[in-house]
Design a protein around this ligand. Structure first.
Ligand code: WTA
Length: 620
C-alpha cells in the first residue's frame, strides 16, 4: 500500500500546479531534453500547452528505459480466445519485436507525423504496432475491430492514413471476425493507403493483392532489430482516437506526447495503487481509450506486468474472467459495469467456484455503476476484501479524472468520488465541467478546430464534459449520465446523429430519430423512431433489414433494440425534431411532456404515444 495523504497532496496540486506537475513529469518520465515551461495558455484562448521545450519518446518510456532492470520481467501475459492459447512476452522480447516492426514501418516509408491505422484483434501485435509507431514518431489511429468497413473507411479517410495494419481474421468467443475482408472493403475508396500489413491470426486464407498486401511475419524477417527512437517534442501528436459526439461524424481526438504520458503514468500508479509484484489486468480492447491508457501506455511506463485477453467473458463459459484471474494471479482487475452486470445475471456460482484469492483492487470504467451492481462486485467478486475504484474519465481527458484512491478514499457504492490530483471539477446547472487544464487533456480534434472549440463554449473558460453529475457535502461526485445526444451502449460511446445517418442509408427510410432507453445489461440501448418513404409498408422484415443497415454502417455494437414506426416526427415550426419529447415517449415517461406548444403539429405526439403501447418493452 502506498503511503500519502490524499487531501494534502490534492491541495498542493491546486495551490501550485506548476510546481506539482513539474515534480511529477520528472518523476514519471525520462526526457531527452528537459521542458522549459510546465504550463502555458488557458481555456479562454484554447492554447494550453504542457511541458513545452521538452523532448521525449513514448516508446522509450514504455520499453527502453526498463531494459537495464527488467529485461527478463514479463510485460504481457497474453490469453487467447481459447483457454489453451497463451503467450508470455518479456520486456526484452517486446522491445525486440517493437524495434523490428518500427523498421518494417520505415521500410514502407512511414515517417514522423504520418498516420497509421491499426485494425486488429487483441493480440500482442496490436500493441507492438502502436509502440512501433510511437518509436518512429508516426501517429497511430487504432480502430476497434468490431467497427464495420464503412466506419473504418471514414476514420482512415479523415486521418489520411498511409498504411493499415490488420489481421487475416480475428477470433472472439470462437467466432471469426473477417478483419482483412473488412479492410479490403474499406479501402475501395481510400486513396491515401499505400499498403496493408497483415498478421496471420488464423490458418484460413483470405483474398490477397500482391502489390498492396504484405504478411507481417515475412516482413519481420527482412529487418534488423536496431531502431533508435525519434526524439519528439512534448506537444507532437502521439495518437488519434475516434470517438462519437452528439452530431455528425466521429471526432478524431488528438493527444500529444508529454502531457498524455505523464498523466497516464501517474494515474496508473495511484489509482491502482500499483506495486512491483502486481499482476494487472484491464479487460478493455486497445480500440478504446481505456486500452490505450491502461493496457498500453500506463502499465508499460510503470514497468508493470499485465494480462491481455483476446476473448469474451462468456466463452467457454461465464467463469472465464475469474479463471483467468486465478490462472495468472491477477491482483488488480479493471473492467466495465456492463461486463459485471452480464456476469452477475448468470448467478454467483460461476464466480464462487473460482478462488480469486490474488485480487486486491477492482476497478470499473465507462458508464455509471448502480449501487447494487457495485455491491455485488464488492461482495461476490472481491469477497468483501478488495478496494473498488469507480473511475470517471473520457477519451478527451486521456486518463482517469474522478476516482477513489485505494485505501485513501472511504468508498461509497455508485460514486466516482473525488477528483484526481490537479483536476478541478465543478457542477454548473447539473453539468459537470472541469475548470483547470490537466496534462492528459486532448490537444485538439484532428482537422477540426471548431469542434474542439465547442467544448469550451457553453461555459467559457471551462471544459464541458457532456455529463451530468451531483456533488454531495463530502465532495463526492455522482455521475448520472450524458446530457447531450451521446449514448453509452454497453459502455461504447455512440452518437444519436451517427445512428440516424445510418438508418438513412436504407432507401426505405425517410427520416429517423434515435434516443436512449435504459437496458438491464447494456446500461442504455437504442430506441429509434423511423418514418418510412411514402410508398413503403412497415413490416417486421423491414425492421430486421434496418437492424442490418445500422450494423453494416457502424458495427454490431450499434444494434438497435427498439424500432417504432412513426408516420411523422414531432417538429418545431422551424423543422427541428423535438428529441426531448421522443425521449419521454420512448421511456414511457408521459407524466410531463414539457412545453409542446411550439410543435408544428401537436397531434403527432398523441399518435406516437398510442403506437408506443404496441411495442412496450418487447425486445426485437
Ligand atoms: C461515461 C471512457 C459514469 C461518461 C473512458 C463519459 C462514466 C463517457 C464513467 C466517456 C464512470 C466513463 N461513471 N460514467 N465511472 N466513466 N463514463 O470517451 O458519460 O468512451 O463522458 O471514455 O463515459 O466515454 P469514453
Amino acid at each position: 500500500m502506498q503511503k500519502y495523504d490524499y487531501k494534502a497532496l490534492y491541495q498542493r496540486s491546486m495551490d501550485d500546479p506548476v510546481h506539482f506537475w513539474a515534480v511529477q513529469a520528472e518523476k514519471y518520465i525520462a526526457w531527452y531534453q528537459p521542458f522549459k515551461t510546465v504550463l502555458t495558455g488557458d481555456f479562454e484562448h484554447l492554447n494550453v500547452e504542457w511541458f513545452s521545450g521538452g523532448k521525449l519518446n513514448a516508446c522509450y518510456n514504455a520499453l527502453d528505459r526498463h531494459l537495464p532492470t527488467r529485461s527478463n520481467q514479463t510485460a504481457f501475459l497474453w490469453e487467447g480466445d481459447h483457454p489453451d492459447q497463451s503467450l508470455k512476452l518479456t520486456y526484452a522480447e517486446l522491445y525486440n519485436e517493437v524495434c523490428r516492426f518500427a523498421n518494417v514501418l520505415k521500410k514502407f516509408r512511414v515517417k514522423k507525423g504520418d498516420r497509421v491505422c491499426i485494425y486488429m484483434p487483441m493480440v500482442p501485435e496490436a500493441i507492438i504496432a502502436m509502440l512501433a509507431c510511437a518509436r518512429i514518431g508516426a501517429v497511430h489511429s487504432v480502430v476497434f475491430g468490431g467497427f464495420s468497413p464503412e466506419s473504418l473507411r471514414n476514420r482512415i479517410l479523415d486521418a489520411e492514413c498511409k498504411l493499415v495494419i490488420t489481421a487475416n481474421e480475428g477470433l472472439r468467443g470462437n467466432k471469426i471476425i473477417p478483419l482483412k475482408k473488412n479492410v479490403d472493403e474499406a479501402l475501395t475508396e481510400c486513396p491515401s493507403v499505400e499498403s496493408v500489413i497483415v498478421i496471420k491470426r488464423t490458418q484460413n486464407s483470405v483474398p490477397w493483392d500482391d502489390k498492396k498486401n504484405h504478411w507481417y511475419h515475412d516482413e519481420m524477417q527482412t529487418v534488423s532489430a536496431d531502431c533508435p527512437c525519434e526524439e519528439m517534442d512534448a506537444n507532437d501528436p502521439i495518437f488519434i482516437l475516434y470517438t462519437s459526439g452528439s452530431t455528425g461524424k466521429p471526432k478524431g481526438i488528438l493527444h500529444v506526447t508529454a502531457g498524455y504520458l505523464v498523466y497516464v503514468t501517474m494515474t496508473f500508479n495511484y489509482v491502482f495503487d500499483y506495486q512491483p509484484q502486481d499482476i494487472f489486468w484491464c479487460t478493455a480492447d486497445v480500440g478504446w481509450i481505456t486500452g490505450h491508457s491502461y493496457v498500453v501506455y500506463g502499465p508499460l511506463c510503470n514497468g508493470a506486468t499485465s494480462v491481455i485477453f483476446e476473448g469474451v467473458p462468456n466463452y467457454p463459459d461465464f467463469s472465464r474472467y475469474w479463471n483467468i484471474i486465478d490462472k495468472y494471479g491477477v491482483t488488480i482487475f479493471y473492467t466495465s459495469p456492463t461486463a459485471i452486470r452480464a456476469l452477475r445475471r448468470e448467478g454467483d456460482e460461476y464466480v464462487t467456484r473460482t478462488a480469486r484469492k490474488s485480487l486486491r483492487i477492482l476497478g470499473t470504467v465507462g458508464e455509471p455503476i448502480n449501487p447494487d451492481v457495485w455491491q455485488w462486485y464488492y461482495d461476490v467478486v472481491g469477497d468483501g476484501r478488495c478496494q473498488i475504484v469507480d473511475t470517471w474519465w473520457q477519451t478527451e481527458t486521456g486518463g482517469i479524472m474522478i476516482t477513489p484512491l485505494p485505501f485513501q478514499t472511504p468508498l461509497k457504492a455508485g460514486s466516482a468520488s473525488w477528483p484526481f490530483f490537479g483536476v478541478k471539477p465543478e457542477i454548473i446547472d447539473t453539468h459537470l465541467v472541469i475548470t483547470k487544464p490537466w496534462p492528459g487533456m486532448m490537444k485538439t480534434i484532428y482537422g477540426d478546430e471548431k469542434r474542439f472549440a465547442d467544448y469550451f463554449k457553453k461555459y467559457p473558460g471551462t471544459y464541458f464534459t457532456g455529463d451530468n453529475a451531483t456533488c454531495d457535502d463530502e465532495g463526492y461526485y455522482w455521475i448520472t449520465g450524458r446530457n447531450d445526444d451521446v449514448l453509452k451502449i454497453s459502455g461504447h460511446r455512440i452518437g444519436t446523429g451517427e445512428l440516424e445517418n445510418a438508418f438513412l442509408e436504407n432507401h426505405h427510410v425517410a427520416e429517423a430519430a434515435v434516443v436512449g432507453v435504459p437496458h438491464d445489461i447494456k446500461g442504455e440501448t437504442i430506441y429509434a423512431f423511423v418514418t418510412l418513404q411514402g410508398n413503403v409498408k412497415p413490416s417486421d422484415e423491414l425492421k430486421k433489414e434496418l437492424i442490418q443497415t445500422v450494423r453494416h454502417a457502424i458495427g454490431a455494437i450499434a444494434t438497435p433494440d427498439y424500432i417504432q414506426w412513426a408516420e411523422s416526427l414531432p417538429k418545431t415550426r422551424s423543422g427541428k425534431i423535438m428529441r426531448r419529447v421522443l425521449r419521454k415517449i420512448a421511456n414511457n415517461d408521459l407524466k410531463d411532456l414539457g412545453d409542446i406548444s411550439t410543435l408544428a403539429d401537436p397531434s403527432v405526439v398523441e399518435k406516437l404515444i398510442k403506437d408506443r403501447e404496441g411495442i412496450a418493452d418487447a425486445h426485437i
